[in-house]
Design a protein around this ligand. Sequence first.
Ligand code: SF4
Length: 358
Amino acid sequence: MAIAEKVIEKRLRGERLNLEDGILLFEADLMLLGAAAKEIRKRQFPEDQVTFVIDRNIYYTNVCVADCSFCAFYRRTGHDESYTLSREEIFKKIQALADIGGTQVLIQGGLNPELRLDYYLELIRGIHEAFPQMHIHSFSPPEIDIVAKLERMTYHQVLGKMKEAGLNSLPGGGAEMLIDRVRNIISPKKISADNWLKVCRAAHEVGLKTTASMVFGHVETIEERIIHLLKLRDLQDETGGIRAFIPWSMSTKGTPGLEYLPLASGEDYLRTLAVSRLMLDNIPSIQSGWVTEGHKLAQVALEFGANDMGGTLMEELVIEPTGVKYRTTEHDLIRLIHRAGYRAAQRNTNYEIIRQIS
Ligand code: SF4
């Protein structure tokens, strides 16, 4: 038996995999790897059910001081195309989500130094009062980090106040690759790997759950991908606060700093997703990513360990400027899930089932 297959057997026996095991998995036969990830997924979700959430992204500001080399979304302060949405504009978008039965609002944006803690607290409070049914899953660790710096407060203090105002959970964006060597190349001004983990830890400690993500397919090594997964697994061992993991392949088109890099292949995406399912034995939900990979590959990902198709989003402004433009509706997601041979179910942010769709 090849060494990579032995690693797969080890995981199927219920043993935990280490760094060396994870690296070896990248040499395994793709179909064997997918079958093992599917088997592990089935042990956790025996009903052969795939979930999705009806949600909406709202990009409240594109003003950002981080200058990440892969980002085609942000503008510097004072740029003609820079914007910060008014409270009315944000509320109008949330109303449109409420009108279609949406349950989750995902507000995120650039690192805008003009927005202080009071801005966020007022916004969260306002949404909570006007839309009490809406789960506010908003503001990723880099946004929490800049607010904490501007206010000279700890992450616990900022997150505690946001929770008090009505924030329900945090999206795990801005993780990219939790390796400072990589961050120094693609996003040197953004939160460090350690601080990203510290924000999530603080969120979990004040009672806010998070998701976690990984953006791969750029300047990182395979070993660094596995180290990233192990850092998330360690945090999850410690706090249990990560609900879901979302791997994305980076689109480098339209991003002057990284356009020289080749795009990650579909094979690389499926392999990375399957390896994530095998390595992350303590994170229940693994999401397939139609936003970056498209409908068809996201559907195939259900055979490689994914159990959830994420949300409908309604708008996508960060990925689209890179030339990757996929849209989806609730109907699309249900059709993709059914055609892949699974039962579809709408969930809320807490992964509770709201309705089964046969
Ligand atoms: S990825 Fe986020 S932090 Fe980086 S430049 Fe874009 S908006 Fe700013």
